[in-house]
Structure formats: C-alpha cells, structure tokens
Write a protein that binds this ligand. Structure first.
Ligand code: OFO
Length: 165
C-alpha cells in the first residue's frame, strides 16, 4: 500500500512521462516539417517509449490499490532554432527527469517502501541509458556539423540509431 505522499509523487511523474511523450512527438513533427525524416522517425519511436514509461507507472499505482490520475499536461514547445537546439533540449529534459526519478527513489527509501524502491530501479537504469544515447546524438551533431550537407548526414546517422535502444 502506497502512502498518500508517494501516490501524489508517482502520479506527478505519470504526468511528466506523458509530457515527455508529447514533447518528442511534437519534436518529431518539427523534424518532419524540415525534411529530417530520420530524426522524425527516431523521435516518434521515442515518444512511444515514453508512453510505455507512463503506462508502467500508471499500472504500478493501480496495482497497489491506489488510483492513478491523469492531470493537466502542458503543451510542448513547437519551435526550435536548429537540430542541435532541439537535441540539447531533449538532453536537458532527460537530465531533469533523472533528477525527478532520484527524488522518487529518495522518497521511497525515506518511507521504507522497498516495493516502490525496487520498482523504481528500472527507471534508474533507463535514465542512465537515455542520458547516454542523447549525449551520443549531441556528440554526433557536433562532429558532423550542421552546415552544408551536414544536416543530411546528421539525419541519416540519427535515423540509423532507430531500434538500437
Ligand atoms: Fe526519457 O525517460 Fe521516461 O523515464
């Protein structure tokens, strides 16, 4: 049985994962509009993953006899100044999600809720992987450069990372 405090925190996180999904879906649309099909496909697939992260939490809250609640989800931004700006924002967003997960882990430990602590370990590992992959993307963009044909090669490289995570 979850404490009220943890139900609130986990439900807040349900919303954050929803937001992440919408953010990446919106970003995929920006890429699509710029003809960056590889980036668009990668982000669209990632939006689906975030929806899975949301559902995993949603199920856990309900399984503990509490009620998962979908709250207001703010609209994601629609404009980005460049591909590197967009992926920098993804990376920063993932780092902020890691902080939130760490906060949840601390709260579960403080309450000696070891079931929730154990459940959250999947997210801890996932965040490590996500920060790594988006840092890799930022490095690729910086190595290739966005000038001239650079965008073409960036799009191809990011499209090629589809399914590798
Ligand atoms: Fe991008 O990560 Fe969810 O948790």
């Amino acid at each position: 049985m979850l404490s009220k405090n943890l139900v609130k925190k986990l439900n807040d996180h349900v919303n954050l994962e929803f937001y992440s999904s919408n953010l990446y879906l919106q970003m995929s649309s920006w890429c699509e509009a710029k003809g960056l099909e590889g980036c668009a496909a990668f982000l669209r697939a990632h939006a689906k993953e975030e929806a899975d992260h949301m559902e995993r939490l949603f199920t856990y809250v309900n399984e503990t006899g509490s009620m998962a609640v979908v709250g207001n989800i703010k609209a994601p931004p629609t404009e980005f100044s460049s591909v590197s700006d967009l992926f920098q924002k993804v990376y920063d967003h993932e780092c902020s999600i890691t902080k939130e997960i760490n906060g949840l882990v601390s709260a579960s430990l403080k309450e000696e809720d070891y079931s929730t602590f154990n459940f959250l370990q999947w997210y801890v590992a996932e965040q490590h992987e996500e920060e790594h992959i988006f840092k890799l993307i930022l490095d690729k963009i910086s190595i290739i450069g966005e000038e001239g044909a650079g965008l073409f090669f960036i799009d191809r490289a990011i499209g090629g990372m589809l399914g590798k995570k």
